[in-house]
Design a protein around this ligand. Structure first.
Ligand SMILES: [Ca+2]
Length: 522
């Protein structure tokens, strides 16, 4: 087995001076500061949360957070992919400044992060679950994280540097570790606990506790499932189609004993080999009938695409059901321990995901389903806001918000904005545009590099590197982003206005001209 020092790269250089002091006066008791419970899933589409969309599934425990607190209806990310989103969360800075532009770059853990600042301000801090930043977690008194993407079944964890294999399903285990840490914490200090689920990341392997769900469900096909990508060259050239790119064995888990199903067979067997006897029996009982059905039906073309979509959603939504069940466990624990009133609970995802829209799975694009991410919060006592909050917010805002709620000064270098006034029910003047930049190309799923601006009404995107195309959408008239208006008559003025606004955003966010990641055509 690899040891942790081989698994993680070490931090780059010495510890950075942070030099920010808490603004909480000495007379204020540490224990009265609000606790923070930050829960994040990996690839949880807003379409699969019933407080956002009741058409696919029910998430009663997550909905309760929104009902007792707030639901952000316009929540987005800056760069829709796992590791970059996590680096933005920690630093409050865009990818070009925190350095994690894609899933390949390691995180420089000497940077200023909000957990370090909370720790300095007297918080106990812990991180359990998926980390995915290559370097070891810093700023946490306790951490127990999955190496890389981690496994769904019987996963290995890195427990404060030591590798340990645990038995069970990752969603249940990560919750157990979070609750166990809460039990043993110093009850005289406030806490910041981050619970990061691996689920529902590809390849969507549910816990057997969810195998009875959605058995007879036929999920509605999105209206643009068979999108022809007319007028959208970059969208046409991706490789994230359920029909064409989703693999029968790796993604849909159709590992037949006969070896007749070959598509995506490599790698999946090792996932099955992790299971114990009981897990394997439950698994086979669930998947053997699917394998038989697939062989019997012998589907092709669009019929095959439709069948794959049903299997995909069944597995994906079962992973969500396990998250909902486990979030309920954590919320019950807070309630039992009398912690519910003074804890800010955040539930979100590292980005959105496609559940068949445009025919896709995965994320990356600046289009709606992947740029958007669910965000619900139950604020601690003393916060007035309830219900829906419509202001455009971004994952850039999470670090400043958590610091602000904890009464800790927000460093100048953080580029996001605290959402605390919105949680207090105030109506401050708010931003009118968001900046987005995706870099991981060439790479998995062949989504071209692009950057752009989103306002309440419009979205303008520039795809570059080995392509040079622009796309413009009127989000009010065309929320599914099917009709590229760029270069069309009548849109000259709005295009010029958005390009100017985009340039202003790039200046505001210090997108350097010398930045090696910038498009040459800039
Ligand atoms: Ca993700």
């Amino acid at each position: 087995m690899l040891n942790s020092s081989k698994l993680f790269m070490l931090g780059l250089g010495g510890a950075a001076a942070i030099g920010i002091s808490s603004c909480v006066g000495p007379e204020e008791k540490e224990a009265e500061k609000p606790n923070i419970l930050y829960i994040m899933a990996d690839d949880h589409a807003y379409q699969a949360l019933s407080c956002y969309n009741g058409k696919l599934n029910q998430t009663p425990n997550l909905d309760e957070i929104a009902q007792e607190g707030v639901q952000f209806t316009n929540s987005f990310v800056t760069n829709s992919i796992c590791a970059p989103s996590r680096a933005v969360l920690l630093t409050g800075k865009h990818s070009h400044l925190n350095g994690v532009i894609d899933n390949r770059k390691p995180f420089d853990s000497t940077q200023v992060t909000f957990p370090k600042l909370l720790q300095d301000a007297g918080y106990q801090t812990a991180m359990v679950g998926k980390w995915h930043l290559k370097t070891q977690p810093t700023g946490f008194d306790y951490w127990k994280v999955l190496p890389g993407q981690g496994d769904y079944y019987n996963p290995v964890f890195i427990d404060n540097g030591e590798r340990v294999q645990e038995e069970g399903h990752s969603t249940n285990l990560i919750t157990d570790f979070g609750i166990n840490w809460l039990k043993q914490r110093d009850k005289d200090k406030p806490f910041n606990l981050m619970v990061h689920f691996k689920a529902p990341h590809r390849n969507w392997m549910p816990d057997s506790a969810e195998f009875d769900k959605f058995d007879d469900t036929q999920f509605p096909l999105p209206s643009n499932f068979f999108d022809d990508y007319e007028g959208r060259k970059a969208a046409r050239e991706q490789a994230m189609s359920i029909w064409k790119d989703m693999r029968m064995v790796w993604d849909l888990k159709l590992l037949d004993d006969e070896g007749e199903i070959e598509n995506g067979r490599g790698g999946f067997k090792s996932k099955m080999d992790r299971m114990n006897q009981e897990q394997r029996e439950a698994w086979n009982e669930e998947y053997d009938p699917r394998i038989s059905e697939f062989k019997e039906k012998d589907l092709e073309g669009k019929e095959l695409a439709r069948w794959k979509y049903q299997q995909y959603l069944t597995d994906y939504l079962r992973c969500i059901s396990a998250i909902d069940r486990n979030v309920g466990r954590i919320m019950d624990y807070l309630e039992e321990q009398g912690l519910a009133e003074n804890t800010l609970v955040v539930y979100t995802s590292d980005q959105g995901f496609y559940l068949g829209e445009h025919g896709w799975f995965d994320k990356r694009f600046m289009y709606n389903e992947s740029m958007r991410t669910p965000l619900i919060m139950k604020p601690p006592k003393g916060y007035e806001s309830k219900g829906k909050i419509e202001e455009m917010v971004q994952n850039l805002d999470w670090a400043p918000t958590l610091l602000d709620v904890a009464g800790v000064d927000i460093p100048e270098e953080m580029q996001g904005r605290s959402l605390k006034p919105l949680l207090q029910g105030k109506k401050p003047e708010w931003r009118d545009a968001l900046y987005y930049h995706y870099y991981e190309y060439p790479g998995a799923h062949s989504v071209k590099r692009h950057y752009g601006i989103r306002t309440e009404r419009y979205k303008l995107m520039h795809f570059y590197y080995d392509i040079d195309t622009w796309e413009l959408y009127d989000l009010k008239e065309d929320p599914k982003e099917m009709n590229n208006l760029y270069g069309k008559e009548g849109y000259e003025d709005i295009t010029q206005k958005l390009k100017k606004q985009l340039q202003d955003l790039r200046e505001k966010y210090k997108v350097q001209e010398q930045d090696p990641w910038l498009p040459e055509s800039n």
